[in-house]
Write a protein that binds this ligand. Structure first.
Ligand SMILES: Nc1ncnc2c1ncn2[C@@H]1O[C@H](COP(=O)(O)OP(=O)(O)OP(=O)(O)O)[C@@H](O)[C@H]1O
Length: 261
């Protein structure tokens, strides 16, 4: 289990994550939501040990994450982040196989099992047909699916994703999140789309200026009284075929700055 206790982070003097408590239960899917700059990515980075919190503690199964050896961490935690690896001169199949590195000895080559796991992961994200392509030549959505396949290939117990639906068309937004949410792994996912968060997460953490303003089930968090002051839009909530959906409308402008200038 990943657990954050009173975690804070600052850049210089600016506090961007402030006193966050969070538990990611085994098999659970936790969504981090909130406006631009609210601290989602920074919090996620503390959860996978790429940032040391300025205060508080992140634990992986009871051990401070900073004390977990790197290779062990890579076996337990897989991460999908926005990468700028577009120029990697590498075939898709080889890139996905890199996900097996934490399971291999220093000098060992990928086994048949490693290749089977990588192939199965590519198939699961609908990207097996891309296996022989150069990664750099893929579209944004194809790259995203390949990076998710690499994370699945890691077969880690925890999967952390930063805006994985970025670049994906509607079909793959749903397919990828459905896949992620039904994995036996515990998942933390940063999402901007609150309707996707409602559909695929079982617990949401809503951040505003680095602080948790609400956390709970989508039904508890995704209510107009909570969302409207945070996002400054009008929110309507409807139920369609038993599922929660949100509709958004620009909030009425209180002061027209251009007119008063
Ligand atoms: N390396 C950095 N140095 C200084 N400030 C940073 C750095 N990285 C992030 N910040 C600032 O920290 C705050 C939180 O950023 P973060 O990326 O965590 O927010 P976010 O909620 O993920 O945003 P978005 O939805 O726009 O991706 C922002 O104000 C951002 O400008």
């Amino acid at each position: 289990m990943i657990e954050a206790r009173d975690v804070a982070h600052r850049y210089g003097d600016v506090v961007v994550v402030d006193g966050v408590d969070l538990r990611v239960p085994a098999g659970g899917t936790v969504g981090l939501v909130g406006p631009n700059g609210s601290g989602k990515t920074t919090l996620l980075r503390t959860l996978y040990g790429s940032l040391q919190p300025a205060a508080g503690r992140v634990e992986l199964d009871g051990t401070d994450i900073g004390e977990v050896p790197r290779k062990e961490l890579a076996r337990q935690v897989a991460v999908v982040v926005q990468e700028h690896s577009g120029d990697l001169p590498m075939r898709v199949a080889d890139l996905v196989l890199l996900g097996r590195l934490p399971h291999q000895g220093l000098s060992s080559r990928p086994s048949t099992h490693d290749r089977d796991v990588a192939t199965a992961a590519l198939r699961r994200v609908g990207a097996l047909h891309l296996a022989t392509r150069e990664y750099a030549g893929l579209s944004g959505g194809e790259k995203q699916r390949v990076l998710i396949a690499r994370a699945l290939t890691q077969e880690a117990e925890h999967l952390l994703l930063d805006e994985p639906t970025n670049h994906l068309d509607i079909r793959y937004q749903h397919e990828v999140l459905d896949l992620v949410a039904t994995l036996p792994t515990s998942v933390v996912v940063v999402l901007h789309d609150l309707n996707l968060a409602a559909r695929y997460c079982d617990h949401l953490v809503l951040l505003e200026a680095g602080r948790v303003v609400a956390q709970g089930t989508p039904d508890e968090v995704l209510v107009p009284e909570v969302l409207e002051p945070v996002y400054e839009v009008e929110v309507r909530r409807i139920e369609l075929d038993g599922e929660l959906h949100l509709l958004f409308r620009k909030a009425p402008t209180r002061i027209d700055v251009r007119k008063s200038a």
